[in-house]
Design a protein around this ligand. Sequence first.
Ligand code: LIP
Length: 264
Amino acid sequence: MRSYQTLVGAAKTFAIDAAELINSSGKRHFAISSKSSSNDMVTEVDQATENYLVERISKKFPNHSIIAEEGANHSGTSEISWVIDPIDGTTNFIYGFPSYSVSIGVRDKDRPIAGAIYNISENSLYWAGAGMGAYKGSSQIRVRTQVPVANSLIGTGFGYTAVRRVAQARFLTQLIGEVRDIRRAGAASLDLCYVAEGRLDGYYESGLWPWDYTAASVIVKEAGGTLLGPKDTEPSGELTVAASNAQLAAFLREKILPYLPFPE
Ligand code: LIP
């Protein structure tokens, strides 16, 4: 197994430093604009944080590729790529709702091999490297022990257009009676970390981007969790499922597949 210690260490440092930048920016007025719809917002802090991270990564790893939510797309000569969400949970950041993160993932070819996610509201760092285990700060984390579907606490999220949200809510009415309860915290990277540390039993969402799930996919796997996509074990924009165990993950995927793709 190739050692990814250097990449994990760098991702952790970048996440901690980016969180400090966001915290210092969050106490002043900042410009807000919208992207795919009026509900899909982005702030100048998102952009400034992304620019900061691109500069740091490019300086330390000039041959690596970088893709990020707010548009950065650098092609390198190395097989290593960085996948960044400068603020995951931007709406929560704008409202001051305590669930937003900076998410930094690293892939070797197309395989996620390192992740660092700073939970800014809780001032805590989730991190993992392939074969290294998953941690919150210095404490190792593991998924919750298996519970029956009817006793499972499930996280999810919704898209940005009304037609999509109504369709997703319609599916939710078919699920909510079969599980303990639902949580919608507003940042996929943190929802996935919550599965890894046992705050949730499972999570599903359709409509994510690689920067939402790449870092967290390493953390979930290294914490002993199960990850699924629409056809295999690879999360995708169509469907990302994570759970403490394979049975719950399979239940969530089989339940939602007939409803996909949700309308845009
Ligand atoms: C968010 C995701 C969340 C989803 C939100 C939003 P963003 O990412 O992390 O799971 O439900 O609609 O897409 O846009 O805040 O980086």
